[in-house]
Design a protein around this ligand. Structure first.
Ligand SMILES: C[S@@+](CC[C@H](N)C(=O)[O-])C[C@H]1O[C@@H](n2cnc3c(N)ncnc32)[C@H](O)[C@@H]1O
Length: 367
């Protein structure tokens, strides 16, 4: 690609945390820039009518700009917001969630925002890409298949940070690679019982899903419990994409059916029953109803949400998601007698553009 330098002026941030500049009707997305900033950027990619660029010089920095805590921030695509203060990060996430909700039946329900106590050192699991030919290990660079090396990454817990550094020392990771490892792949470092395990080329969270940010997960559980306690007589609960029963462990007054394709049964309590099912291959609506139905799917969401709710008519509903686009898509189609009680944004992933959200609903047809 021919080298092309453009002048930019950032108007706003998009939902990925990228600056948006519109000059001569050409829309340019520029990561790691801030509203009001001006300068020059190198074009790194083009698509129909839009282009992507990387800041090369800032002539007018924003008052909200900060020195990033992480030395790799400029090159790495893992974090999006470490060049600004946390207040700005949270406001951007809230604005992008509210933009989505404004096209939904829940547009009039206010969003309660729950910020995180720490912006770094919170992940109990990270996944890195490797390239054995180029001898690189790390996260992808923005708009590139090349890997940015991140020995000083600050996102994971201190224990994982230490293990990560050790992997890079004298390229120890190359010596540790299994003999049958493909030339390109990934490895996952995760903390379990105070130890850090390193797993090569397994599916994400192959040993069972667990939320990556413990402090924020504890806060989510508290919010779920308050909601549960506010509901009247909940005999039965469907915990759909319930994993090992994280969200419903404290719902001890009810009978819980957990629908998932994987569950660590040693984590279940007596009131929780596991129903093994592949919900994407066989999303059939269950025969019997439940008082409360909870959904917590992966990023792709669950397109059958409306069918389940409109057929089963639960009295209450809760939907938690790490990708609000699919959550809003799934809930848009539900019958209008399901009304929002409250909506929450929980910042499970500070520093990045990702966040967790929860919508609680009640069925106004059944009092
Ligand atoms: C975001 S996690 C939520 C898990 C649980 N609610 C929690 O808080 O720990 C999504 C869950 O979807 C499950 N899952 C992914 N694909 C699935 C499928 N095809 N069928 C059933 N469950 C699936 C995963 O095993 C995982 O437990």
């Amino acid at each position: 690609m021919k080298t092309e330098i453009i002048n930019f002026k950032i108007e706003s941030l998009d939902s990925l945390g990228q600056g948006v500049s519109k000059i001569d009707d050409k829309i340019t997305f520029i990561p790691k820039s801030l509203p009001g900033e001006e300068g020059q950027a190198l074009v790194v990619g083009k698509k129909k009518g839009i282009q992507f660029a990387k800041v090369t010089a800032l002539s007018k920095p924003s008052d909200h700009r900060e020195e990033p805590a992480c030395q790799h921030f400029d090159e790495c695509s893992g974090c999006d917001f470490l060049h600004t203060n946390y207040e700005m990060e949270l406001k951007t996430k809230q604005a992008s969630f509210e933009r989505l909700l404004s096209y939904s039946p829940f547009k009039n329900t206010p969003v309660t925002v729950h910020g995180a106590p720490t912006r770094i050192g919170y992940r109990n699991r990270i996944q890195l890409h490797y390239d054995l030919k180029r001898k690189t290990l790390g996260f992808h660079k923005a708009k590139s298949n090349h890997i940015a090396e991140v020995p000083g990454c600050l996102l994971p817990s201190l224990k994982i940070q230490e293990s990560l550094k050790a992997l890079y020392e004298d390229q120890a990771w190359i010596k540790n690679a299994p003999s049958d490892a493909p030339l390109n792949g990934h490895l996952e470092l995760y903390e379990l019982n105070n130890e850090v395990l390193c797993v090569w080329n397994e599916n994400y969270a192959a040993a069972g899903f667990s939320q990556v940010n413990k402090v924020m997960n504890d806060l989510a559980l508290q919010i779920w419990k308050e909601f549960y306690d506010s509901c009247e007589s909940i005999g039965s609960v469907y915990d759909v994409f319930g994993g090992s029963g994280n969200l419903t462990r404290n719902f001890t007054e009810s009978k819980i059916s957990i629908f998932d394709n994987f569950c660590d049964k040693s984590k279940l309590s007596e009131h929780q029953k596991f129903i093994k099912t592949d919900l994407y291959k066989s999303p059939k609506v269950p025969d019997s109803p439940a008082d409360l139905i909870i959904f917590d799917p992966p990023r792709s969401g669950f397109k059958e949400t409306a069918e389940w709710l409109n057929d089963l008519e639960p009295r209450y509903v809760g939907y938690q998601s790490c990708f609000s686009d699919t959550m809003v898509r799934d809930l848009k189609k539900i019958a209008p007698h399901f009304e929002a009680i409250s909506i929450h944004l929980l910042d499970f992933f500070p520093g990045t553009h990702h966040y967790e959200s929860i919508i609680f609903l009640k069925n106004n047809r059944l009092k």
